[in-house]
Write a protein that binds this ligand. Structure first.
Ligand SMILES: *[C@@H]1O[C@H](CO)[C@@H](O)[C@H](O)[C@H]1NC(C)=O
Ligand SMILES: *[C@@H]1O[C@H](CO)[C@@H](O)[C@H](O)[C@H]1NC(C)=O
Ligand SMILES: *[C@@H]1O[C@H](CO)[C@@H](O)[C@H](O)[C@H]1NC(C)=O
Ligand SMILES: *[C@@H]1O[C@H](CO)[C@@H](O)[C@H](O)[C@H]1NC(C)=O
Ligand SMILES: *[C@@H]1O[C@H](CO)[C@@H](O)[C@H](O)[C@H]1NC(C)=O
Ligand SMILES: [Fe+2]
Length: 475
């Protein structure tokens, strides 16, 4: 049973929030508040500790060769296909997925593929990927994996057909890891009354690379931990630095080996040549995933792909243009400071030209939301090197606060830059709730609060259909 906690007026979280709100009101009156807000929310200073191997969330499902680490993601460009992935531990077993719209009549089947990989002295289980195509839109499907040994059943709902006014709700999670705090973040996401339908994951999954020899057992535990959400709704993957797993000292010189073997994405459907950058359409959104750790300079495959990709986005079909990446371009914490700068310099003018609505990034283990700003006027000699308000520019959101064992990034640059609208070092997740072609309701939820509490919100106005200035609210 899940106990739904609500923040009462007397809870410490609510009291801190109320105090913060008062402080903002006061500083606004005193005219001190035009440079954005650093939250005064006070949290206990506790270290993020990884859950031990025998934790409930890592439990191996019972039954011989039972499928584990089940997860799904979009399988094509438009949302009528889904990739189902899972691992069988003892033998290859079957790569068949049975599925259907009635729980007890899985009348269809699709055949996937199975493979293993080795990493130093670790050998993976049998990893299956199966792309189920030509699904009906907006339909609940049941599916089963583990044919022949131990059948396990799950379900998912396909998105509505792509269209400009289709409401759809995305969850935002980044830098999750597998600490007790990661579990809190996932629980808060699942229990949020605004039900997310698909997770946009901004990179840094398992943090297995923080273990000796990049102990890939921690990739398996992460897969079992996240199954409770990722088997039922697609998680859209972005590669972070913790996916690189580049370790030539132990003979592992090919980057992204575990990630690439375990997390398949539909990159070919968007004409990409590598699984680290790609795009999907889902409901009323066009989502572009970029790779902070693959070459992105001029003439590189990613550059050429993005250059050709942006003009393809038809805002009459998909009004909302969302970009995911790992390393943020705008970040006012003293962690990973300016690491996103080289990519920003190369691509930012395109984002302004094509009116990207919002950019979500992770990497910095904290939360931050920017104003709509750009920094594209600079040309080396003109001295115009400051970010300026720009209503054609995206809002930049850092949501690297999933709760991994590295802990919170608390050290911020002072004073807070004008372009930074709100920042707070707390673990949490966010929701981007598209209402129609003009409006999307965004909210950030910190783990210390009750499930329904919104710590930072912004009613987004679409940059193509309704490009007015927004006003935000934070508590
Ligand atoms: C891999 O090698 C390390 C170091 O030698 C050792 O501690 C570990 O038990 C080995 N793991 C396996 C699966 O053999
Ligand atoms: C993780 O969270 C779930 C859901 O809240 C809970 O049932 C489980 O006991 C937690 N596990 C750990 C190790 O914290
Ligand atoms: C954009 O999408 C709309 C709606 O689907 C369609 O009518 C129109 O032809 C598309 N425009 C282009 C240039 O493809
Ligand atoms: C915060 O970061 C700055 C810049 O890196 C550093 O000089 C300072 O010592 C840090 N402060 C703390 C408390 O760690
Ligand atoms: C779009 O959604 C917003 C927010 O829910 C609402 O105020 C507005 O009336 C909607 N527009 C249309 C055309 O329905
Ligand atoms: Fe990172």
């Amino acid at each position: 049973m899940r106990r739904v906690k609500r923040s009462s007026p007397t809870s410490p979280a609510a009291a801190a929030a109320a105090a913060a709100a008062l402080l903002v009101a006061f500083s606004a009156l005193a005219g001190l508040c035009d440079a954005g807000k650093t939250s005064t929310f006070v949290r206990k200073d506790e270290k993020a500790v990884d859950m031990p191997l025998d934790s409930d969330v890592f439990r191996v499902p019972p039954g011989y060769n039972a499928p584990q680490q089940v997860h799904i993601t979009q399988g094509d460009h438009d949302g009528s296909a889904i990739i189902v992935s899972w691992v069988t531990p003892d033998e290859p077993g079957s790569s068949l997925v049975l599925y259907g719209t009635s729980e007890n009549h899985l009348t269809f089947s699709a055949e996937g593929r199975v493979h293993q990989y080795k990493y130093y002295n670790y050998t993976s289980g049998y990893i299956h990927h199966c792309n189920i195509r030509n699904l009906k839109y907006d339909t609940k499907y049941y599916y089963a994996v583990g044919v022949g040994h131990t059948l396990r059943k799950f379900w998912f709902t396909t998105p509505p057909k792509v269209g400009p006014d289709v409401p759809y709700t995305f969850g935002l999670i980044g830098d999750l890891g597998q600490s007790f705090d990661s579990n809190r973040t996932l629980t808060h996401y699942e229990s949020n009354p605004i039900k997310g339908q698909t997770v946009l994951f901004v990179g840094d999954l398992s943090y297995a690379d923080n273990y000796m020899y990049h102990d890939n057992v921690r990739w398996d535990t992460w897969g079992r931990f996240t199954e409770r959400s990722a088997a039922y709704q697609p998680w859209i993957w972005t590669a972070g630095n913790h996916e690189i797993d580049f370790a030539p000292e132990i003979g592992e010189g090919v980057p992204f080996k575990p990630y690439k073997n375990r997390y398949h994405v539909p990159y070919k459907a968007s004409g990409s040549t590598a699984p680290f950058w790609y795009s999907i359409k889902r409901a009323s959104a066009y989502i572009i995933v970029l790779a902070s750790y693959s070459a992105y300079g001029k003439y590189t495959p990613q550059y050429k792909w993005l250059e050709a990709e942006l003009p393809k986005v038809n805002r009459t079909e998909t009004p909302w243009l969302i970009v995911l990446m790992h390393s943020p371009w705008y970040n006012s914490y003293n962690y990973h400071y300016m690491e996103g700068e080289t990519m920003r310099v190369i691509y930012e003018s395109w984002f302004v030209k094509y009116k990207v609505d919002v950019v979500f990034a992770g990497h910095v283990h904290a939360y931050e939301r920017s104003e709509r700003i750009s920094n594209i006027a600079y040309n080396i000699v003109n001295g115009q090197c400051n970010p300026v308000p720009d209503q054609s520019a995206p809002v930049y959101i850092t949501i690297g606060d999933g709760g991994n064992q590295e802990g919170l990034a608390k050290n911020m640059t002072e004073p807070q830059p004008k372009y930074s609208a709100f920042r707070e070092a707390s673990f949490g997740h966010a929701i981007f709730d598209v209402k129609n072609r003009t409006h999307a309701y965004y909210s950030w939820h910190r783990n210390q609060d009750g499930y329904s509490v919104e710590a930072d919100t912004l009613l987004f106005y679409n940059r193509f259909w309704h490009p007015l200035e927004e006003s935000s609210a934070s508590v």
